[in-house]
Design a protein around this ligand. Structure first.
Ligand code: 13P
Ligand code: SF4
Length: 338
């Protein structure tokens, strides 16, 4: 394989955000990754939207809540986070003594980008008596401006735990916020952000698919737009959708979330049929381009050279930790932590 030393590896990171190295194609990456995990006492945490190979080498695959919990509780010395930047940031916030690395530092998130902290801080001044509940898909800077964080697994329980007369701002996802307003009977003020993947589904094409597959249930993530959610038979976080597909009696499903989740759905229920919900054009837009920046090759290099590393100023970390801790306390009380 192409040999580079540590100094060279480090030198390549700032320009590229990942190690731009040609690998020997005969290298057994699966075996090498297993060897390196043991050698370094490392854990690989992966989100369901990662490519199948990455899911297959992960020690834990989960949704944002499960991953945050695993990152907080692990005894590993090195956390390799196969997901996007805000997820690795959350791991570092929760477990600061561990080294946190992610295969590509440029793996961002359109939803997180839709809420720049400086803009949000100015905007929220119009609502001085509102508390801020923020979806975990945001930067550490946004978390530091929030009162409570939530994920799609616990958002309803978090909102329900607040006094009925408490005015709330919900950010950054307007679709999840609108769905929560309906589900909780609240009238939260919504920040105008959205996920590029969950807004791309075509209602018309999904309706036609449903006609062609009348037996198939529509499973949707609450980041989808309201017309898609109205058609859905079940709405939930990635973990909740996976669990539903495993335990429900139907044999076929149309899945309106990022296509990576189909890998686990199919593994868990090999006899069932899973159809990705179609986007409103011909591209593979129901794949998250940020999540898919991570590859098995980059994961291997990241584990081998322990870079790029996620770091953050301690002051910011502590400010972002407070609303995450509140989320975990409420989730614990609601019996939502595994
Ligand atoms: P969950 O896995 O928490 O449902 O989040 C989905 C998502 O969009 C992550 O980026
Ligand atoms: Fe962000 Fe959407 Fe990609 Fe999730 S799927 S990381 S919310 S852009």
């Amino acid at each position: 394989m192409a040999v580079i030393d540590m100094a060279e590896a480090m030198a390549r990171v700032p320009q590229k955000g990942f190690l731009d190295v040609e690998l020997d194609p005969t290298l057994d990456l699966f075996a090498e990754i297993e060897r390196l995990k043991k050698e370094k006492n490392a854990i690989v945490l992966a989100h369901y939207y990662q490519e199948p190979d990455i899911q297959d080498v992960a020690d834990y695959i989960g949704d944002s809540l499960g991953l945050a919990q695993k990152a907080r509780d692990t005894n590993a010395d090195l956390i390799l986070f196969a997901g996007v930047h805000f997820m690795a940031e959350t791991a570092k916030i929760l477990n600061p003594t561990k080294k946190v690395v992610l295969p590509d530092l440029k793996a961002g998130c359109s939803l997180s980008d839709s809420a720049p902290p400086e803009l949000f801080a100015r905007w929220r001044q119009q609502y001085p008596d509102h508390i801020v509940v923020t979806y975990i898909n945001c930067s550490a800077g946004m978390k530091a401006l929030s009162d409570i964080i939530c994920t799609s697994s616990n958002a309803k329980a978090i909102i329900d735990s607040l006094p009925a007369d408490q005015p709330i701002i919900f950010a950054p996802d307007k679709n999840l916020g609108a769905w929560l307003n309906k589900a909780t009977g609240r009238n939260m003020v919504l920040w105008n952000g959205a996920c590029m993947v969950h807004e791309i589904f075509s209602l018309e094409k999904i309706s036609k698919l449903k006609l062609r597959h009348p037996e198939a249930k529509l499973l949707a993530h609450p980041e989808c737009e309201e017309p898609v959610l109205q058609l859905a038979d079940y709405i939930g976080s990635t973990t909740q959708l996976l669990k539903y597909s495993r335990t429900d009696a139907s044999q076929a499903y149309i899945v309106a979330t990022e296509t990576g989740i189909l890998h686990q759905m199919q593994k868990d229920s090999p006899h069932k049929t899973f159809i990705p919900a179609p986007p409103n054009n011909a591209c593979a837009c129901n794949e998250c381009p940020h999540m898919k920046l991570n590859t098995l090759e980059k994961l291997y290099l990241c584990l081998r050279y322990e870079t790029p590393e996620l770091t953050m100023p301690e002051e910011l970390r502590l400010a972002a930790l407070r609303p995450i801790d509140r989320m975990l306390e409420i989730s614990q009380a609601a019996g939502l932590l595994g």
